[in-house]
Write a protein that binds this ligand. Structure first.
Ligand code: GRF
Length: 203
């Protein structure tokens, strides 16, 4: 299965998947990395790994429609079969969503539907979890639709919150779980034991 990535910043989840592919833990091939941030570590990782990459943003394509078209065409040109949002900070446009309906997944550092939606990214998520006095949080992998953190949930993993937790400690614990859980979930998708709704449709 060819996986196309969209990532805005550090790309550590993307790296976990790339490493799993390279070490044969995951039978998939990273085919392209797209970032809206030309200076992102995600693009640097793609270069180091020899994976084709592309900066596509409102800078390269001021028109939302043309940006959407460029993202769709780039994924199709690299024959992506599954699209993984790995810390991608933008909504996808209707052309890309339609082309890859049921085959775009996102990873979120909390147990959705709690602590998701606009503004719930990075440290904000973990701050809100601690402020709410939660005793557990986790990782959610879900399908992507028009809304932030909104599509059907595919898999979740729980992570404990400790009494003396700080945002930094909690973020580290959740991120570590994200890396392993994302690979585990993709293994299930590739093996067909976790079915995507329109998994058989080709781009
Ligand atoms: C992760 O916490 C992910 O759940 C969220 O954005 C963060 C990306 O981290 N969507 P990284 O860029 O993969 O290190």
């Amino acid at each position: 299965m060819k996986i196309g990535f969209l990532a805005s910043h550090y790309g550590s989840n993307m790296q976990a998947v790339i490493t799993a592919c390279k070490t044969d833990q995951l039978h998939a091939t990273p085919c392209v990395v797209i970032s809206n941030n030309s200076k992102s570590e995600a693009l640097a990782r793609a270069a180091r790994e020899g994976i084709p990459s592309c900066h596509l943003s409102t800078t390269t394509h001021p028109s939302a429609e043309q940006l959407d078209q460029a993202i769709r065409q780039t994924l199709v040109a690299h024959q992506a079969e599954l699209v993984l949002l790995a810390g991608y900070m933008r909504k996808l446009g209707p052309q890309t969503l339609a082309q890859y309906k049921g085959r775009i997944i996102n990873i979120h550092p909390a147990l959705l539907p709690k602590f998701g939606g606009a503004g719930m990214y990075g440290a904000h998520v973990h701050e809100a979890v601690l402020a709410a006095g939660e005793t557990e949080t986790g990782v959610t992998i879900h399908l992507v639709d028009e809304e932030y953190d909104h599509g059907a949930i595919l898999a979740q993993s729980r992570v404990p919150v400790y009494q003396d937790d700080t945002v930094t400690l909690l973020a580290q614990r959740v991120l570590a779980r994200e890396h392993s859980f994302l690979v585990e979930t993709l293994q299930q998708i590739v093996a067909g034991t976790l079915c995507l709704p329109e998994h058989t449709r080709k781009a």
